[in-house]
Design a protein around this ligand. Structure first.
Ligand SMILES: [Zn+2]
Length: 68
């Protein structure tokens, strides 16, 4: 049985619930404040997105110093 993660929109409580593969309806309640305003959190285990790299060439001036 898969474990789904929820977050309460009222108290921001994060909790996990064991639900069936095909949940009938989202009658999930927050175990803390018993609010029905919860949101299912999708666990980001794999997130492959186009990576963009930007490098800026900045050469520091050598031999730059000052005696004090
Ligand atoms: Zn709550």
């Amino acid at each position: 049985m898969p474990i789904y993660e929820y977050i309460c929109l009222k108290c921001n409580e994060k909790f996990t619930l064991l639900q069936s593969m095909y949940p009938a309806d989202n009658n999930t309640e927050c175990p803390k404040c018993f609010s029905r305003e919860v949101k299912k959190v999708i666990s980001s285990f794999s997130c492959a997105t186009g990576s963009k790299e930007s490098a800026s060439s900045s050469v520091p001036a050598p031999g730059f110093g000052g005696g004090g």
